[in-house]
Ligand binder design. Sequence first.
Ligand code: HEM
Length: 117
Amino acid sequence: MTHIHITAWVIGIVLFFVTYSMLKSGSRKAKMLHMLTRLFYLIIILTGGMLVSGVSDWTIYIPKMIVGLIVIAAMEMVLVRQAKGKSTGMMMGLFVLAFLVVLYMGFSLPQGFQFFK
Ligand code: HEM
């Protein structure tokens, strides 16, 4: 399941950057890609939820889940603000920061890989 979760967020983040650059260049396909990116938000949340559902003490995952949701919220804010032609700098900053924190947390927690332990 960790591999499905990792695959989901890697694809989600690639789609996020593709959608962002399409919105910037005013491509008509941007709307469709934005919908696809949103589908991946759901897959990321569902696979994350499945990872917590199989453990005895899920409370240790609460901070990781919150920061994971912040990453997704920041991605969506960047895309919506870009579509409206508003500035995206702050939200892009939040995205990068929260993404680095969630990578550190995810790779420190007990399941899957533990690069930081
Ligand atoms: C884009 C957002 C997200 C990123 C980049 C991300 C990243 C990661 C990473 C790097 C891991 C470690 C995988 C491993 O050790 O093999 C992980 C595990 C996990 N993620 Fe996420 N995640 C995100 C969103 C979420 C969300 C929204 C939730 C909750 C609903 C969640 C719940 C979990 C859980 C429970 C684990 C298992 C932790 C462990 O013991 O290793 N993640 N995630």
